[in-house]
Design a protein around this ligand. Structure first.
Ligand code: HEM
Length: 129
């Protein structure tokens, strides 16, 4: 079992790979590139997102905090799901090109808000309090 700090680096690395991979696939979607359907393009994001989520759960467990006891962690958990859903709409499920483009921008914005909350561990920025 890696120590807490190593796990945090793994978690942050997976987060960087997740958004970098998403932006790349988003660009390929807009450019209508066949690379979007390539096997590695379809498999790698699942591995990255599994590492992101597994490291997140382990970190929270090691730190002894739960999403329902720390607001910032609850926000991250819900926002991660929203990011995944918006990402799926942007890359696959969106019916029109316009809907996919808007969903992609929203996914990137939600991701940015997660980074902010991860860094400052508070919610005012997100809820405008
Ligand atoms: C897209 C989703 C996520 C991103 C981009 C993300 C990003 C980050 C970043 C950048 C840090 C380092 C913060 C710092 O110390 O400066 C971090 C730490 C952490 N994250 Fe995430 N995270 C995500 C999802 C989650 C989820 C879903 C959970 C929990 C269920 C979680 C739990 C944690 C915990 C416990 C830490 C360590 C906090 C600390 O000890 O300082 N993360 N995350």
């Amino acid at each position: 079992m890696p120590d807490y700090l190593t796990l945090k680096w793994i978690h942050m690395g997976a987060a960087v790979l997740s958004i970098a991979g998403f932006v790349l696939r988003y660009v390929w979607m807009i450019a209508q590139s066949p690379l979007l359907q390539a096997r590695p393009t379809r498999i790698l994001p699942h591995i990255v997102d599994t590492v992101l989520l597994a490291s997140a759960i382990l970190l929270a467990w090691m730190a002894g905090i739960a999403p329902w006891t720390a607001g910032w962690l609850g926000y991250k958990t819900i926002a991660l799901v929203v990011y995944i859903v918006l990402g799926a709409i942007a890359l696959k499920r969106g019916r029109t090109r316009g809907a996919r483009i808007v969903a992609g921008i929203a996914a990137i914005a939600v991701f940015a808000s997660i980074l902010w909350v991860a860094r400052f561990k508070s919610l005012p920025f997100v809820f405008g309090a």
